[in-house]
Design a protein. Structure first.
Length: 306
């Protein structure tokens, strides 16, 4: 099988009749550079202080340490270099990521079971914990980005919510594996169920007190897991309030009010326009608004990073 055939097998066919709003540019290195450029523009147009600026930039740079980022970059190379395509479809991007999230979750479940086997050597346990840490870092980068950087560019709030819940379940299982390996609880050899139970109690901040940390390592693990809980809350608030806090001068809200293109242009100014058959498409910063017979008929995200 040639490299080109392998790339086509991994990516699937690019539909010739795919709507413009379902096409996307690079999602790997070039997307990170694009996000950094947006951050520089935002710091000029909407200054918010060095703490937020450096935090947002750091989250964007963190993508270089994420497994998902490098898989996206590899798929970019397949699509744009090997196959010579000009776009990737949103369906292809979302599909492989969904499979990756499911695979990652079951890897954590396998690690939790594997770490409790009596025949597993200490070296193997260390290797598994290192892989788990890399996957946890991947989750952290995605959650932090959704909380502070690209939450407003999401394709679907419902999808964001579901992926965040999956990420939270992954964190619970991952830390259960850490608790089972480190022997940092008041139970000398916690079982799979006991480790998962304690991790769930920490993740929900219930604190029953029947199982407690017995070492500094255990306390540090709990602090780290609670930090993920705080980030998850921020992501959850962003998702649930994304539509409710839409400003009155936002094109989406104007659409719900039934405003015409002329009325929107009178408030927002004249947006750039591209040809799309017989219908004009006006491109805003984050939304694509399509008009037919002088009325808004469709609103879609223009360039999301989800």
């Amino acid at each position: 099988m040639s490299i080109r055939n392998s790339a086509e097998w991994f990516l699937g066919e690019l539909p010739s009749d795919c709507p413009l709003r379902y096409l996307r540019k690079e999602q790997g290195k070039i997307q990170v550079r694009r996000l950094l450029d947006k951050e520089r523009e935002r710091e000029i147009t909407s200054p918010s202080g060095p703490i937020l600026n450096y935090t947002r930039r750091g989250i964007v740079w963190l993508n270089y340490l994420r497994i998902q980022f490098w898989i996206d970059h590899l798929r970019d190379q397949m699509a744009f270099r090997v196959l010579g395509r000009t776009h990737r479809t949103i369906i292809e991007i979302a599909s492989w990521r969904d499979r990756y999230y499911v695979l990652r979750f079951w890897m954590f479940v396998f690690f939790l079971w594997f770490l409790g086997l009596p025949s597993v050597s200490q070296l193997s346990k260390v290797a598994v914990c290192v892989v788990s840490l890399a996957l946890v870092l991947d989750i952290f980068g995605g959650l932090a980005g959704s909380a502070l950087v690209w939450h407003s560019e999401s394709v679907s709030h419902q999808r964001n919510l579901l992926i965040s819940l999956i990420n939270y379940a992954e964190i619970v299982v991952a830390f259960a594996g850490f608790y089972r390996t480190c022997r940092c609880l008041n139970i000398e050899h916690p079982s799979l169920l006991q480790s998962l139970y304690f991790s769930t109690v920490v993740a929900t901040t219930l604190g029953f007190g029947d199982i407690i940390p017995s070492s500094t390592v255990g306390r540090l693990l709990i602090i780290a897991q609670l930090f993920f809980f705080v980030i998850f809350l921020v992501v959850l608030v962003n998702i649930l309030s994304a539509r409710a806090l839409t400003p009155s001068d936002h094109p989406a809200k104007m659409t719900r009010l039934g405003m015409s293109p002329e009325e929107i242009t009178g408030i927002l100014g004249t947006p750039p326009q591209i040809a799309n058959g017989d219908e004009p498409v006006y491109i805003y910063e984050r939304l694509r608004v399509q008009f037919r017979n002088s009325r808004v008929v469709d609103v879609q995200v223009a360039d999301p990073h989800f």
